[in-house]
Design a protein around this ligand. Sequence first.
Ligand SMILES: O=c1ccn([C@@H]2O[C@H](COP(=O)(O)O)[C@@H](O)[C@H]2O)c(=O)[nH]1
Length: 237
Amino acid sequence: MPALQPVADPRDRLIVALDLPSVRQAEAIVGRLGETVSFYKIGYELGYAGGLSFARELIAEGKKVFIDFKLHDIGNTVAHGVASIAALGATFLTVHAYPQTMRAAMEGKGASPLRILAVTVLTSYDEADLAEAGYAAGVEQTVDRRVAQAREIGIDGIVCAPTDAARVRGILGARGAIVTPGVRPAGSDSGDQKRVAMPGDAIRAGADHLVVGRPIVAAPDPAAAARAVQAEIAAAL
Ligand SMILES: O=c1ccn([C@@H]2O[C@H](COP(=O)(O)O)[C@@H](O)[C@H]2O)c(=O)[nH]1
């Protein structure tokens, strides 16, 4: 696993999830967030509604972009999909933490600076959800096994719940980025997230970057909500 890269701009610790149905709505939120936010995540909803062209625009304007497509397919398809995203100039791309998929993704990114993040167990899953999906092992055991496999493969980073971050850091050591969704500022609704923590707790547990979507994007004043998360991050560093 490559050495951990220091986060040069403290604003980069916060990644805002642009889970919105149109580029027009995403542009409006990015406009309201202005210089407060430097790093955006584009997932299925915006990605399938013109979000990749919008990602190019954000990158051209100097923003960092995380493409959260959680790839998982046969190796050839994953490798070529990753190569296409690498050409976009994105900073992060997710794949599911299956060994064949992770190896293919690392092959597909070639020498590009794109960093591949392996998604361990979704933050919307608890023990019952994993059992329902047919896994015999529990959440902690599954996360730990996938992180150990990711480390062996040399993946660039891990996506995990903030509640797993301290254990994940213990397995990774000082190498590899830890990115945690499932982050909720005090008083905000968890929604469908089941393994959550507050921003300061996620940072103290070892997360390098926090992903926050609805608590910022749906806030009456998104820039104020983002600044409050950034203040909590700064206080925990
Ligand atoms: O395990 C995972 C992996 C990815 N996500 C993504 O993060 C954001 C979280 O959004 P909130 O509105 O802050 O809940 C969302 O885009 C997910 O697709 C995740 O939540 N958990």
